[in-house]
Design a protein around this ligand. Structure first.
Ligand code: GLV
Ligand code: MN
Ligand code: MN
Length: 419
């Protein structure tokens, strides 16, 4: 069959116009979950999907489901989705590309006059980033039954605002849940967020799955004191203890190979230039494809933190706040993405996703796979994040044709879950 194509100009227009919500001076986006900027982008998405003829459902987690009706509405639907929240000083493509390529798929199917056999659903999952409210992927995690909704409502941001209050404030707490399960297939188109595709010079990445992830909150209790009179050998400087710990975390991640360990957030108290910091709170993020190896690095890091605090005479509290299993994708859908890219003359590359995504949870419910496009300079979670319009269109074309293949299949080819 002749391949379907998305409209690159319209895709670019959607991506450019949605980037206005939370736009930063340096061409990036700050659109934290459940902020006014998130609300603005949500309202815009609702308008566009309505214009494209979709129905909309909003569940109690604020997940937005845009449904393009198929011929037989009793058949399990095909889904795609990602997130429209961003990191602080984040980029214009992370997450939103997966929703906009879904929107462009709907528009291209409309242009071609195609009514699919199955419903096609595009989802905006709430709070993927986990930056304002920890953990992340909360919308997809509750949908998949892996996270508890009431616990998520109770999460607080740095200012003490709760997730539940903020969801209500922006008017996106739905009254009931929407459950389109079982799903026939799920896809997510996303920027790679790393350097692999640029290095191999290919426009499409085909991950075999998503790495496992562990998040920790750590607090060190030292003794605040005056920086002048307190001798160097008589201090309990929590920030010094932190710097020793941070060095070990980096070294242990580096030595493990194929595991990454990062400290992203540090808060020293009282944070004054002439006070010895009495308290430090910091986060650790540890990921890897090899789950036992990743857990070994976690154990080594916990031991290093405990031994440093003991040596320096300070107390420390380490809490694991989030743990996600690795997500191996459906082998048939991974092959389909490869074949589709080939049919579209788009060179594709096998890889693993080092970033996490909503599909990490949806993969547990539904055969799933992802389509990656290159990140210029391998940069992401930063304002400079960039992907060429041609590569965005390439990802959208692969998504469109995979949706066509899976959603126009009334016989119901059975795709398997990844193992
Ligand atoms: C989200 O973008 C993550 O990978 O942490
Ligand atoms: Mn993302
Ligand atoms: Mn992200």
């Amino acid at each position: 069959m002749e391949k379907l194509h998305t409209n690159p100009e319209r895709l670019k227009k959607f991506l450019t116009e949605i980037a206005v919500f939370g736009a930063t001076e340096n061409n990036g986006v700050s659109r934290l979950a459940l902020s006014d900027e998130d609300k603005g982008a949500r309202d815009q998405l609702a308008k566009w999907f309505k214009e494209a003829g979709c129905e909309m459902e909003i569940d109690r987690m604020g997940n937005m489901f845009f449904i393009r009706p198929g011929k037989d509405r009793s058949l399990p639907p095909v889904m795609t989705g990602s997130h429209c929240d961003s990191q602080p000083q984040g980029g214009r493509f992370d997450g939103i590309l997966g929703i906009i390529t879904g929107l462009e798929t709907v528009c291209a199917l409309n242009d071609a006059g195609v009514q699919l056999e199955r419903d096609f659903i595009v989802v905006n999952w709430t709070n993927e980033e986990g930056s304002r409210f920890t953990p992340g992927t909360t919308g997809s995690g509750v949908f998949a039954g892996e996270l508890d909704m009431e616990e998520m409502y109770a999460l607080t941001d740095r200012n003490g605002c709760t997730f539940g209050e903020e969801l209500k404030r922006i008017n996106y707490m739905g009254k009931k849940d929407f459950n389109p399960q079982p799903l026939h297939a799920n896809f997510e188109c996303h920027i790679e967020q790393g350097p692999v595709l640029e290095n191999v010079g290919k426009p499409i990445g085909v991950p075999k799955g998503i790495v496992c992830l562990r998040w920790y909150d750590v607090e060190i209790q030292g003794v605040p004191n005056h920086v002048g009179p307190t001798p160097m050998n008589d201090r309990k400087d929590a920030l010094y203890a932190f710097s020793c710990m941070n060095q070990r975390i980096f070294e242990l991640g580096l030595a493990a190979g194929n595991v990454v360990a990062s400290v992203g957030e540090v808060h020293a108290t009282p944070n004054s230039r002439n006070v010895i910091p009495g308290h430090v709170k910091f986060t650790i993020d540890i990921r890897g494809w090899d789950e036992p190896l990743t857990d070994q690095v976690c154990t080594d890091i916990e031991e290093a933190i405990n031994s440093i605090s003991k040596k320096l005479g300070m107390s420390v509290n380490i809490r694991c706040v989030w743990k996600v299993r690795r997500a191996p994708f459906s082998p048939e859908l991974v092959s389909m993405i490869h074949e589709t890219a080939k049919e579209l003359n788009l060179p594709a590359h096998d890889m693993v996703s080092g970033a996490s995504h909503d599909t990490v949870y949806i993969n547990q419910l539904s055969p799933s796979a992802m389509i990656f496009v290159p990140s210029i300079g391998g940069r992401s979670h930063a304002e400079v994040e960039e992907t060429s319009w041609a590569d965005c269109a390439a990802g959208a074309d692969v998504l469109l044709n995979c949706v066509y293949k899976t959603a126009n299949d009334p016989a119901g080819t059975a795709y398997t879950l990844g193992e």
